[in-house]
Write a protein that binds this ligand. Structure first.
Ligand code: ADP
Ligand code: MG
Length: 702
């Protein structure tokens, strides 16, 4: 039988059905290939032995050889510990364990007088050198000369409970390496790239990532693997973008006509900012080109994207087409609808709203009918506008607000068979770091609004403590006395979490108690849509002074008179989310405040997050920091991007330059081999197909 990477992991000696189940559940490993791609997170040099007298507390990992002289137990209760006095004949070192349940087993396993190799991180406690929870092996079983750089694998709590630790993983991968001995892992990059960038082969790098002979071999293997991961993502995206360019034509919007001019010269309540004018020019050029527009509009909260969207819709209408604006939530869709209605109140334009909440034949049917005949010129809604029942007469433009939930695949759904696809504008207030944007939205052209409307004062951000609410209340009182309004937001990570609801209810009750003279609204995701709207409305109209809410207000809501944003349990929010929430204030001309409330006790990372928020209002700075803290995997939408996005080694936050290189090389390859049929690239195209099994066929999207 020939060796196959797709062999189920149960066939690996030492794994068996039970462990296979744990591996699958915890790490998603089901085949030899999965195991091969489960790379260690670090290596430690185990070729060298130290003497105890050489050790200092600032060394990372060390190993010493010697014997245990005696055991002793110290402390009581949770401080109980087992100490072994260990010597190499020249010095003394304490080995320490803290789990009382294991003491008996340890004493039995490591009897005094026998030679062991002890491995761990040295520290100094009470003036004595010690290693806590060391790795211990009998000296005669460990062949240090052969160990070299030892791999360390991440394992989960559940795995440890099932007896699978880093050492077990090491046994599995080394068994796999033995199986791979007579097998060469096929190359997937063309010779030209390997040569040009001096990359090691795929075979070499996959082995060396686990068992490198030297630190240099590890570095070269890592570099090769990083490049490969980023390269195939870029190749997929760039190929996709080119294909679309070639195969898909777009509606030609050649005129800026009556409606646009009527609005621009008579009803536009303010002058556009320079940045707004520029991005509109960029998009007009796209829409007049005969190609389909696919553009991402980035602009910080409050930069005036909605108005840009509205002007674009008017251009579509002027050219005889309908436009559709899609928002991720009902509240946002409703707010856009209200904004459009307000701006267009004296214009002969029919705008309708379609969300899941718009029910009942009486309301729904005429809207759908109007969309079908073309009488409804602008349709605003949630995902509901994508349903099959919604058939446009002549859809020319789709604007997607807050795109994180809309990856490539979702955007592709906007196509209908045998029709020219609409122009697509994706808008986001979440600044996306360059390397991430190149990866997630690399198929889109990008426009940026980098200027806020005039007269905005930067928001001041303050950090307050849960334990001392008086100063918070005083601040809210002062602002409301000036006629302003305040948001108080509670985290609601899961709508179902009882605890979170309790926080919100308690907070609401307390505010009612502290401010008996004020009117307070309350909005959360569990309320009925109509109820929610009514409460929001009261706040928007200024009938209530405080809005207590969960994150349903996160994006888009616009109440210029609100000048205070209080975020309770701010430690539970990510940076991007805090920035979004903060963007709800500072929309009028007066000074606004964002108050982050946390308890005293905070982790180091949380402190840093809060500090960044207090120091800067620059969305891009915050996004970069967010990427550093959390990594791209947590960012909403990475899964749905529709592209192969399986980064094992590469890191978008750290490997920015490599992303650029990968993109350049991918573009060069596509320039040289546009038909994708040059034999020297065959293995690369085949590998790409394997990564992206669902090719999007532009002639046949239904
Ligand atoms: P975004 O969607 O980018 O967060 P909005 O479109 O909601 O921002 O705009 C924020 C506020 O600024 C709105 O009240 C809007 O009417 C106002 N606005 C937009 N453009 C301008 C401008 N050029 N001058 C003054 N105010 C503007
Ligand atoms: Mg907006």
């Amino acid at each position: 039988m020939t060796f196959q990477l797709s062999t189920p992991i149960t066939y690996l000696p030492g794994v068996g059905p039970q462990r296979a189940q744990v591996l699958e559940k915890e790490l998603g490993i089901t085949t030899f290939r999965d195991l091969l791609y489960y790379f260690p997170y670090k290596h430690i040099d185990r070729s060298r032995l130290y003497y105890i007298h050489e050790l200092t507390a600032d060394m990372p990992f060390v190993q010493v050889r010697g014997e245990i002289l005696s055991y002793e137990e110290e402390g009581v209760g949770r401080k109980r510990r087992l100490i072994a006095h260990f010597t190499d004949g020249q010095g003394i070192l304490d080995l320490v364990w803290f789990q009382a349940g294991t003491f008996k087993w340890i004493k039995k396993s490591y009897p005094s007088g026998k030679q062991f190799i002890v491995f761990g991180r040295p520290t100094v406690f009470n003036g004595r050198l010690n290693i806590a929870h060391p790795d211990i092996d009998p000296a005669d079983t460990l062949q240090l000369g052969k160990m070299g750089l030892q791999p360390y694998y991440n394992t989960t709590e559940r795995m440890k409970k099932a007896g699978l630790n880093s050492r077990s993983m090491e046994r599995f991968t080394s068994t796999l390496m033995q199986k791979l001995e007579d097998y060469t892992l096929p190359e997937c990059l063309p010779e030209s790239i390997l040569h040009q960038l001096a990359l090691v082969s795929r075979d070499r790098s996959l082995r060396d990532l686990h068992y490198p002979a030297t630190a240099d071999a590890l570095r070269r293997a890592t570099y090769r693997q990083k490049f490969e991961e980023l390269f195939f993502i870029q190749l997929g995206i760039q190929r996709y973008a080119r294909q679309r360019q070639q195969q898909v034509s777009g509606h030609v919007f050649s005129v800026v006509g009556t409606l646009f001019n009527l609005f621009y010269h008579n009803y536009l309540p303010f002058e556009l900012t320079g940045a707004q004018k520029r991005v509109i020019r960029e998009m007009r050029r796209d829409m007049g080109s005969g190609k389909q527009m696919n553009r991402l509009l980035q602009g910080d909260v409050g930069s005036g994207k909605t108005l840009v969207a509205l002007l674009l819709c008017l251009i579509a209408l002027d050219n005889g087409y309908q436009a559709c604006l899609m928002a991720p939530t009902e509240i946002l869709a409703e707010q856009h609808y209200a904004t459009f209605r307000e701006f267009l109140r004296d214009m002969p334009v029919r705008v309708e709203l379609l969300t899941g909440a718009v029910k009942g034949k009486k309301r729904r049917t005429p809207i759908l009918e109007g969309v079908r005949t073309g009488e409804v010129q602008i349709l605003i809604g949630t995902h509901a506008v994508l349903e099959d029942t919604v058939a446009f007469a002549r859809l020319g433009l789709v604007v997607i607000d807050e795109q994180h939930r809309f990856g490539v695949a979702q955007r592709a759904r906007l196509w209908r068979k045998n029709t020219i696809p609409p122009h697509v504008l994706v808008m986001t207030a979440t600044p996306i770091p360059r390397t991430l944007a190149m990866t997630l939205y690399g198929d889109l052209d990008v426009s940026v609004i980098d200027e806020l409307p005039p007269g905005r004062k930067p928001i001041e951000t303050l950090h307050f403590w849960t334990e001392r609410p008086e100063s918070l209340y005083r601040g809210i009182r002062t602002e409301i006395a000036k006629g302003r309004q305040a948001y108080v937001v509670y985290p609601l990570i899961k709508e179902s979490e009882k605890m979170d609801m309790q926080d919100l209810e308690n907070g609401y009750a307390e505010l009612c108690h502290v401010f008996p003279d004020l009117r307070i609204s309350k909005v959360h995701g569990r309320m009925k849509s109509a109820e929610k709207d009514a409460e929001m409305d009261r706040f928007v109209r200024g009938e209530t002074q405080i809005l207590v809410a969960t994150t349903v207000i996160e994006v888009g809501v616009n109440v210029p008179n609100a000048s205070v944003m209080v975020i309770q349990n701010a430690e539970r929010f990510g940076l991007a989310q805090l920035h979004q929430l903060r963007g709800r204030v500072g929309r009028g001309a007066e000074q606004s405040y964002c108050i982050l409330v946390t308890k005293y006790q905070l982790s180091q990372e949380t402190k840093q997050r809060i500090q960044i928020m207090c120091e800067t209002t620059d969305g891009f700075e915050i996004a970069e920091a967010d990427l550093r803290f959390r990594g791209p995997g947590d960012l909403e939408g990475t899964q749905q991007s529709g592209m192969a996005f399986d980064l094992h080694v590469a890191n978008l936050a750290r490997d920015g330059q490599l992303v650029q290189l990968a993109r350049d090389v991918a573009n060069r390859i596509l320039d040289e081999d546009p038909a994708q049929n040059r034999p020297e690239n065959a293995r690369m195209w085949a590998y790409l197909r394997q990564l992206n099994p669902v090719d999007i066929d532009w002639s046949n999207i239904s």
